[in-house]
Design a binder for this molecule. Structure first.
Ligand code: PLP
Ligand code: COI
Length: 364
């Protein structure tokens, strides 16, 4: 096991200021006092693990990541549970996905136990930054960048930096519970193609999404829904979230787009497939085209659509817009299936109900 040298600094914010910062709703604007870093080189492998004060990196302008974008990241949360103890949600799943992303970008893998240890170390050190209250959590952002100086393109970088930073968070679309989103069905840009990097959490995927995001905002929408690259027909995912389609009724049926290699295998998605089954719903993976989505909504068979992800938790989709028209999902408001699943997931994450799948990983 790689050791982390701990050289914590003082607190960047006094306790009162920190408590005020914790009260401001938002996502990824305020960072805790510390970070964990670790370096990789061909010669030494992973080494130089440190817990240190949060602060800037100094890198030469020729550093590989600035030019060729070799960078991957993860997103996960620590929750303050009843009684004050802290727990991470399925960190081993993030560790595994991090390694799959790294492999796709020709970057070194990290032993899962080292990844989890690095995250635990930061949460323990900055435990006073884990907020209390419904929907509030400490968002953790492990990432890795290529650090070799030079513009050579014949080989991937020969050195890398791994880092974990943390930010107190409320759900991405607001702390006041789910509001129905209006989404933009993007019919010109594509996010990812088969054989590409869509199933990796590669920084470049997000860079390539901003132009469509602007288009969405220009049409009064909150988020972009991506279609498959080949036919622009099948719905794949939405912004930084996976999608679920609900056919309501006595025994609701849930469908989430299958993992084609072009969409991210979300950990929330995987967890909801399991929880829906636990609740007696019929949940599975499959294909749905945008045309079917519209027809099924218009025929009132498809009653809800919702997005899910670590940052977003679960967010309902109320209205769909596209260059060729739009439609409403259900009555345009958050639906009962989404609410049921959201309560179930949050109850497990905050330790209010038993954790039958042993998803929660207690910290210290
Ligand atoms: N899809 C994309 C593109 C994402 O960035 C994310 C967020 O991490 C997700 C889906 C949801 O994944 P998870 O539930 O693991 O957060
Ligand atoms: C997450 O949910 O963890 C994400 O990475 C989504 C995002 C904010 C890009």
């Amino acid at each position: 096991m790689i050791d982390f040298a701990t050289a914590p600094g003082g607190h960047r914010l006094a306790a009162g200021e920190r408590d005020r910062a914790l009260d401001i709703p938002g996502f990824g604007q305020v960072f805790t006092d510390h970070m964990v870093t670790m370096r990789w080189s061909e010669h030494s492998g992973w080494h130089d693990g440190r817990l240190e004060p949060y602060g800037p990196f100094t890198l030469p302008p020729s550093t590989s990541v600035f030019h060729y974008g070799q960078a991957v990241f993860e997103g996960m949360k620590a929750y303050r549970q009843a009684g004050g103890s802290l727990a991470l949600f399925r960190p081993e799943a993030n560790a595994e996905r991090f390694n799959r992303s790294a492999r796709r970008l020709a970057m070194p893998g990290l032993p899962p136990e080292v990844f989890v240890r690095a995250v635990e170390l930061l949460v323990t050190q900055d435990r006073n930054w884990v907020p209390q209250g419904e929907g509030r959590s400490l968002y953790l952002r492990p990432f890795m960048i290529a650090t070799q100086p030079g513009l050579g393109f014949t080989h991937p970088s020969s050195s890398y930096l791994f880092c974990v930073i943390a930010s107190p968070a409320t759900p991405y679309f607001g702390p006041a519970g789910p509001r129905a989103l209006t989404v933009w069905l993007c019919e010109d840009y594509v996010r990812a193609a088969p054989g590409g990097t869509g199933e990796a959490k590669a920084a470049g995927n997000y860079a390539a999404a901003f132009a469509a995001g602007r288009q969405a905002v220009a049409h009064g929408c909150d988020q972009v829904v991506w279609l498959d690259a080949a036919e622009r027909a099948r719905v794949e995912e939405m912004g930084g979230m996976n999608l679920f389609f609900v056919y309501g009724g006595e025994r609701p049926r849930l469908l989430t787009p299958e993992l084609t290699g072009a969409l991210l295998p979300g950990i929330t998605r995987d967890s909801l497939l399991t929880l829906a089954g636990d609740l007696g719903m019929d949940a599975g993976e499959g294909r749905i085209t945008a045309a079917q989505w519209r027809e099924e909504c218009e025929a009132a068979r498809l009653t809800e659509t919702f997005a899910c992800g670590t940052a977003a938790v679960i967010a309902p989709v109320g209205t769909v817009r596209s260059a060729s028209g739009g439609w409403q999902v259900g009555d345009g408001n958050p639906g009962p299936v989404m609410r049921r699943l959201r309560t179930e997931l949050l109850d497990i994450q905050y330790g209010r109900v038993p954790d039958p799948h042993r998803w929660m990983h207690k910290v210290d």
